[in-house]
Design a protein around this ligand. Structure first.
Ligand SMILES: C[S@@+](CC[C@H](N)C(=O)[O-])C[C@H]1O[C@@H](n2cnc3c(N)ncnc32)[C@H](O)[C@@H]1O
Length: 299
């Protein structure tokens, strides 16, 4: 099995936690209301350290993708055009979309459906090189191959379009490489760096032929990068043929796993374990939840 398809197998193990988390945020009134208060849904687009509204105002019908959107609707879905609050053509994209859309239905939430898409293969979902802005917040480091995710996101952009990244520094280290957390993102000497125990990439260096990378550390401590597309992404970086091999291998590996009763039971138990934990946690007041989180991190 190639490294890419074995990373996909590890990535699949992160799915039960993510679904259990959102299922219980939407189940309980308090966390759901808290989420909606924090998110900019229904308001102007707002991103840390980047005036997205100004950037988009000058485009005819700007197209925006929020990739790895989860169910947070964090970014805001309006821009100011000629003094008018104008709806933005924004697509919320996530590989767990089929599960998330079921959660939306189950709890009868009147929010836009989420589009199915995976950042490592994003150009297959949005092939027209016409996207103005791709936003990836707190999700690049959850993917099985963040470097490919960046190449693919840049490929979907028009020349001059921007990829906006916003991430907690070194999440995989903090989360002990569990679940979706297989990669760290940091601003090493203000250079966007992606790394784990076996790989390390200087993103500006890798992209310099076709994109420009600006990196900053926000007041919140988040690592921000704004990547502007200068020209087409070289075809060999997108590697369609390699993608087919990786996905065919991952598919076969998954079907072998599904023959094993023990493996199916393990995934099912993982989901119900996390669903129970999240049922209890999301039902608690926010302050108490934060205290427990701090205690767990210190332990
Ligand atoms: C922590 S949530 C972040 C949600 C939202 N962006 C935010 O900041 O509130 C991470 C999301 O990334 C998604 N994700 C994981 N791997 C991904 C991939 N390969 N491509 C796109 N999204 C992915 C997960 O399904 C999950 O919904």
């Amino acid at each position: 099995m190639t490294k890419d398809s074995s990373n996909i197998q590890k990535w699949i193990e992160g799915i039960p936690y993510e679904i259990a988390f959102w299922n219980n945020v939407y189940r309980w009134k308090r966390p759901f209301d808290g989420l909606m208060k924090w998110s900019h849904y229904g308001n102007f687009i707002e991103l840390e350290c980047f005036n997205a509204s100004q950037f988009l105002e000058n485009q005819e019908n700007p197209l925006v993708l929020d990739v790895g959107a989860g169910m947070s609707y964090a970014t805001g879905n309006y821009i100011n055009k000629g003094g008018e609050k104008t709806p933005l053509d924004i697509h919320y994209v996530d590989p767990l979309a089929p599960f998330f859309n079921k959660i939306l239905k189950k709890y009868k939430k009147n929010l836009p459906e989420i589009d199915f898409g995976m950042m490592e293969y994003l150009s297959a979902f949005y092939p027209d090189h016409n996207v103005d802005l791709v936003i990836i917040q707190n999700a690049l480091d959850h993917s099985s191959n963040p470097l490919k995710g960046i190449y693919e996101a840049v490929d979907t952009l028009r020349v001059g379009g921007k990829l906006y990244l916003n991430h907690h520094p070194n999440e995989a280290e903090m989360e002990h490489y569990k679940g979706f957390h297989q990669f760290n993102i940091c601003a090493e000497n203000e250079k966007l760096t992606i790394w784990n125990k076996s790989e390390r990439y200087d993103i500006a260096e890798l992209l310099h032929v076709f994109a420009e990378v600006e990196t900053a550390t926000a007041e919140s401590g988040h690592v921000i990068a704004i990547i502007t597309k200068k020209s087409d992404v070289p075809y060999d970086l997108l590697g369609d043929k390699n993608d087919k091999r990786v996905l065919a291998e991952a598919l076969l590996q998954q079907s072998f796993s599904s023959f094993s009763f023990a493996k199916r039971l393990r995934m099912s138990l993982l989901y119900w374990k996390y669903n129970f934990i999240q049922f209890v946690i999301q039902g608690l007041p926010w302050d108490l939840r934060m205290k427990i989180k701090r205690l767990i991190k210190q332990a």
